[in-house]
Design a protein around this ligand. Structure first.
Ligand SMILES: Cc1ncc(C[n+]2csc(CCOP(=O)(O)OP(=O)(O)O)c2C)c(N)n1
Ligand code: SF4
Ligand SMILES: [Mg+2]
Length: 299
């Protein structure tokens, strides 16, 4: 496995660098929102891996869940709706020495942002994408999202959803993601393990987190998941086998699998982009260097 634990950055002065912790901004989420478990899981994963806060950028789109970067002390970029992935990719390409984590909701990532989601996975950009999947649009007060189950009566579907939901796990498997996992915000320890392993994984890592919206989704509640989730690792699932990963990804009903569905090694976009071989762009000399023959023809 091409996994490596990021080493703490030496200061040269024997002074420990600050780790990611809570910021001075308190979460704006409703009491009991599943997203509290997710921010705790990300914080604990970064602390466990001892990645100093100045080396971490958390990027998001728009939604309740997308407010997450404000609540941690790392760098953050609160982008626009559905565009967390292009921003995260741009940051990695400018400085692939950074740990880049995408965050956001099911509407943000699997609705308006679904095209970016797919292309980032097929490129195998080395970022970790943690989605807070509450199967509803929370911020805009309870409309159906791409992961809302059929029949769900919401503000925008008073007679029930008539569209087949997106399955983010199956979509990620089909799109070339190299680490594909599902977490549950009611099990923060397990979620922390999944996020930490996703950050360590070299390549695109999806952790789709069942993160209940306690205000607008009265179906997919904490109790709903507590009664259904089981852990893939306890069920003898082999995460190197894409065929069984597919089979497990289709399981959604009385039993819902959480854990690591699939992991594989494939060169990342950063590995294959020659310009990045000389090190992060931000550390390379600015301006035009090397062979300028083509340019010379025009000047
Ligand atoms: C271009 C654009 N279209 C629509 C919106 C309105 N809008 C804001 S958040 C959101 C959906 C959020 O749902 P989700 O991503 O699931 O996040 P949640 O609030 O559930 O965490 C929508 C439709 C917007 N801000 N920008
Ligand atoms: S509306 Fe739902 S998703 Fe948004 S903060 Fe409240 S509980 Fe969380
Ligand atoms: Mg949502």
């Amino acid at each position: 496995m091409a996994e490596s634990k990021p080493a703490p950055v030496p200061t040269g002065m024997g002074v420990a660098l600050p780790m990611v912790g809570k910021s001075s901004i308190r979460p704006t989420w409703c009491p009991g929102c599943g997203d509290f478990g997710v921010v705790a899981g990300i914080e604990m994963a970064l602390k466990r891996l001892a990645i100093p806060s100045h080396n971490v950028v958390i990027v998001s789109g728009i939604g309740c869940s997308s407010n997450l970067p404000h609540f941690l002390s790392s760098y953050g970029f609160h982008g626009i709706h559905g565009r967390s992935m292009p921003v995260a990719e741009g940051i990695r390409w400018a400085n692939h020495g950074l740990t880049v984590i995408g965050t956001g909701g099911d509407g943000d990532g699997f609705g308006i942002g679904v095209g970016h989601f797919i292309h980032t996975m097929r490129r195998n950009v080395d970022i970790t994408y943690v989605t807070m999947d509450n199967e509803i649009y929370g911020l805009t007060t309870g409309q159906a999202s791409p992961t809302s189950t059929m029949g769900h009566r919401t503000k925008s579907t008073p007679n029930g959803v008539i569209e087949n939901p997106i399955d983010p796990i199956a979509l990620a498997l089909a799109s070339g993601a190299t680490y594909v996992a599902r977490g549950f915000s009611g099990d923060v320890k397990h979620l922390t393990d999944l996020v930490a392993a996703g950050i360590q994984h070299k390549g695109f890592a999806l952790v789709d987190v069942m993160s209940p919206c306690v205000t607008y989704n009265k179906i997919n509640t904490f109790d709903f998941f507590r009664q259904r989730v089981y852990k893939l690792e306890s069920a003898g699932h082999d995460p190197t086998d894409i065929v069984t990963a597919w089979e497990r990804s289709l399981e959604w009903g009385d039993k819902i699998p959480i854990g690591l569905f699939y992991r594989t090694d494939r060169p990342t976009y950063e590995d294959l982009e020659e310009v990045l071989h000389a090190g992060p762009l931000v550390k390379q000399p600015a301006g035009i260097g090397g062979n300028t023959t083509l340019l010379d023809e025009f000047v």
